[in-house]
Design a protein around this ligand. Structure first.
Ligand SMILES: Cc1ncc(COP(=O)(O)O)c(C=O)c1O
Length: 390
């Protein structure tokens, strides 16, 4: 067919790449796919493992990320979302309805805690909080309409470790779906599905992408039926991940094992030094023998994560002084990137919580969180110690 220039501009030829293949996953920057067969097109929109059709349903670059993380977590499949909260909401809203009951760990990331408050106040979901390491308390909390148990492997910001084997086994036995946020631990330190979890959620904004240049999230599923159910809901909710963000995250994943080793080693270095400093009242890092989760952490995890929190003896005023005085560490939100970041949870990540809720989470006015980066540990300690004494 001889086509005019206007038409050729819209339909340029595409290179044939048979005979070789790209080494890295290409970015499929397309919102849709064209079909030869209408029946294949119709089928593609009805399931997550059909042909690629429309970007909100599936995309090859996004699928590559979903498969990579599902593989690292030991799950059957994943669903990538536009943010970690997108993943948390796909799991919670996809599984819960009015009149249902949710059992959640007492100490959680502030955004998740705020969403659970919304579920209770506006969506008719009742909530009971239990300690993440108390299967008996969970069993006692379960009712006929309990649908979900929600845990964090390492809680944000105080690093309480969930007793995943005990809690997930109880959930299975009682027919409750267990959802575990594994953002802090990553599959390098813990694979909740191996301990009986049904769904793992991640903010891939953090360690997975690792370079403070992506916002993303992911659910990983132990079970295909729940994967299909949550996928259907994620398509309706429109929580879809973007191909470029997924590509950056895939690139970050390649160095996740190396970065996690350094994050954990640096956190150990700083936690030990902070614990011995007179200006510090308490350090919350589960690799330290005084931490309430120390024994459970030592049983469950090969290392203890790259985020630590500490309480300054001088309370809020000391916290504010410290955060103004750091030079190398940046006063910034988030965690899991190569740079060290500090923040004050009570006025930032957990700002929507009441004083009573902050107390339930164990967050004080003088609590400071450090997301430890991969810089040289002595440079980091030099910065923190000048800020503590300054
Ligand atoms: C443990 C945890 N889960 C979920 C989230 C939400 O992730 P995002 O900010 O990518 O939506 C965060 C964000 O800080 C987090 O720390």
């Amino acid at each position: 067919m001889s086509l005019r220039r206007e038409t050729r501009a819209v339909h340029p030829p595409q290179p044939d790449i048979t005979g070789s293949r790209p080494i890295t996953m290409p970015i499929y920057q397309t919102s849709g796919f064209a079909f030869d067969d209408p029946a294949v097109f119709a089928d593609a929109l009805s399931r997550p493992d059909g042909a690629f059709a429309y970007g909100r349903y599936a995309n090859p670059t996004v699928r590559a990320l979903e498969s990579a993380v599902a593989d690292l977590e030991g799950g059957v499949a994943g669903i990538a979302t536009g943010s970690g909260m997108g993943a948390v909401n796909c799991a919670l809203l996809g599984l819960l309805g009015p009149g249902d009951h949710l059992v959640a760990q007492k100490s959680l990331y502030g955004g998740t805690a705020a969403m659970i408050n919304e579920l209770a106040e506006r969506f008719g979901v009742s909530v009971t909080y239990v300690s993440g390491d108390d299967p008996d308390a969970f069993r006692a909390a379960v009712r006929s309409r309990t649908r979900v148990l929600y845990l964090e492997t390492l809680s944000n910001p105080l690093n309480h470790v969930a007793d995943l084997p005990g809690m997930c086994a109880a959930a299975r036995e009682l027919g409750v779906v267990s959802v575990v946020d594994n953002t802090y631990a990553t599959p390098m330190l813990c694979r909740p599905i191996e301990h009986g979890a049904d769904i793992v959620v991640h903010s891939t904004t953090k360690y997975m992408s690792g370079h403070t240049d992506v916002v993303g999230g992911l659910t990983v599923h132990a079970d295909e039926e729940l994967w299909r159910r949550v996928w259907r809901f994620s398509v309706e909710l429109g929580a879809t991940a973007d191909p470029f963000a997924s590509w950056l995250t895939l690139r970050g994943l390649q160095t996740l094992p190396l970065r996690m080793e350094r994050h954990c080693a640096n956190a150990r270095h700083l936690a030990t030094r902070l614990a011995a400093h007179p200006a510090v009242a308490e350090v919350h890092w589960p690799g330290l023998p005084g931490h309430p989760s120390y024994e459970l952490a030592a049983k469950l995890l090969p290392d203890f994560g790259g985020v630590l929190a500490f309480d300054l003896a001088g309370g809020r005023a000391a916290g504010e002084r410290f955060m103004k005085a750091v030079r190398l560490a940046l006063l910034a939100p988030s965690l899991g990137g190569v740079e060290t970041l500090v923040m004050h949870p009570a006025t930032t990540s957990h700002r929507t919580l009441s004083a009573e809720e902050l107390a339930r989470h164990g967050i004080g006015e003088g609590t400071v969180r450090i997301a430890v980066g991969i810089e040289h540990p002595e440079d980091l300690w030099a910065d923190l110690s000048q800020a503590l004494t300054g």
